[in-house]
Design a binder for this molecule. Structure first.
Ligand SMILES: NC(=O)c1ccc[n+]([C@@H]2O[C@H](COP(=O)([O-])OP(=O)(O)OC[C@H]3O[C@@H](n4cnc5c(N)ncnc54)[C@H](O)[C@@H]3O)[C@@H](O)[C@H]2O)c1
Length: 380
């Protein structure tokens, strides 16, 4: 592969909250490999300046004004990990300033600015990676190949997905208008399902605020958004899925994804942001075959390495902004459906994920209870 840009990619980080810590591990790994160099950190909260020293082990220039990050010539790309309501404005300004962008989910809290981001990335010829990065996990890619390419369970007719927890005790914005568990958690399930089942054509939902008051950052606050969702997705041709999400789930022991196909069933184990492998049973070969996680160290922050590989090595962009836009439309229409009691048509369509199939990790199966061996598989 030819290099589009000489490395390292110079990074500005905007937002130094809780998620900066897991991203900092990926930053350190990439810096160690000489692929990345962090040049400036930013947070509106000046007290967060010390987190550079804390998590990157060195003092770095710091600003409370993100525009200063975008004005710097020694910044090629920005990592936008602020509260959700700030994502679109900062990502758009960054693209206009000629920076490559990784923006945490959701890319925006409304469709108009999300559409602008997709267009801006194309117009400015910059790479825009929109979290979540679930389609990058080895388990997801192997499952996708079995289901979408090899059609091992036939056409997926019905599916269930879930992701939730009791909710953050930090960041009051999670509970304000524009926040909430659908954008924060359900987005993982919807992103996964769209990659496996195609675009959603219609959505309906029930949602409510099950816990109207919470203690967050030591203060009692009123919850302004829905914290509890049951969503139904229509993929066309009588193929449906349900998504259960909320800041209302204390724990679970169920697969992240259950895919019921015409000739078999596939389940992703763990969470789709931290998969623990998958299992498949087929009508003509009963019994479950377990495929263990190919890389238990795979981090959900992998989108940062992906951004670096896309910019420096012209790797194909797998975490596509159009996919994120479609999922955002599904989530926004789900909330409208919950408010109005009427199902909503979804107008956008997600592109297929452009995996290079022969590069996908394939896990060799073992019967449940046995170790599964992992090998790098190349199709010929
Ligand atoms: N916390 C998690 O486990 C987790 C996991 C995956 C993704 N995410 C996503 O990461 C993002 C951040 O989550 P978090 O938990 O770190 O939130 P947080 O509240 O802990 O941190 C957000 C930070 O952004 C800063 N900020 C807000 N507006 C800003 C602006 N205009 N300029 C610069 N800084 C600004 C805040 O001061 C704060 O320090 C969210 O989009 C969230 O959905 C969070």
């Amino acid at each position: 592969m030819t290099s589009r840009m000489a490395g390292p990619l110079r990074l500005g980080v905007i937002g130094l909250g809780s998620v900066f810590e897991p991203y900092s591990k990926s930053i350190r790994d990439l810096e160690y490999e000489g692929l990345l160099e962090t040049t400036i950190l930013c947070d509106v909260d000046a007290s967060r300046a010390s987190r550079g020293q804390m998590f990157l082990n060195r003092a770095l220039p710091f600003t409370t004004n993100y525009q200063e990050v975008l004005d710097r010539v020694d910044v090629d790309a920005v990592l936008v990990i602020t509260s959700m309501m700030e994502h679109a404005e900062i990502a758009a300004a960054a693209l206009r300033a000629g920076k490559h962008v990784l923006v945490e989910k959701p890319m925006s809290t409304n469709l108009e600015t999300a559409a602008q981001l997709v267009l801006l990335a194309a117009e400015c010829n910059r790479t825009l990676v929109c979290a979540p990065h679930v389609v990058l996990s080895p388990t997801y890619q192997a499952l996708w190949k079995k289901v979408v390419v090899d059609k091992e369970i036939g056409s997926v007719l019905t599916a269930r997905a879930r992701y939730g927890w009791s909710g953050p005790s930090w960041g009051q914005w999670f509970y304000r208008t524009g926040g909430g568990p659908l954008f924060d958690l359900g987005v993982y399930n919807i992103t996964s399902l769209v990659g496996l089942m195609g675009s959603v054509q219609r959505v309906t939902a029930m949602a409510g605020t099950a816990i109207p008051e919470r203690v967050v950052d030591g203060e009692s606050i009123k919850v302004e958004n829905f914290d509890n969702f049951q969503i139904l997705l229509d993929f066309g041709d009588s193929r449906f899925a349900s998504v259960t999400t909320g800041f209302t789930m204390q724990d679970y022991r169920s697969p992240a994804l259950e895919l019921y196909g015409l000739t078999g069933v596939a389940q992703m184990l763990g969470d789709d942001w931290a998969p623990q492998g998958y299992e498949i049973t087929k009508t003509d070969a009963p019994g479950w075959t377990l495929y263990g996680e190919a890389d238990p160290t795979w981090p959900w922050t992998a989108g940062l390495r992906h951004l670096v590989e896309c910019v420096l090595h012209e790797a194909p962009l797998l975490v596509r902004p159009e996919h994120a836009y479609h999922c955002l439309e599904v989530m926004i229409k789900a909330q409208i459906a919950a408010e109005t009691g009427k199902s909503q048509d979804v107008l956008s369509r997600a592109p297929a994920i452009p995996y290079e199939v022969d590069e996908i990790y394939i896990q060799t199966g073992g019967k449940v209870g046995h170790d599964s061996r992992i090998r790098r598989h190349r199709e010929v």
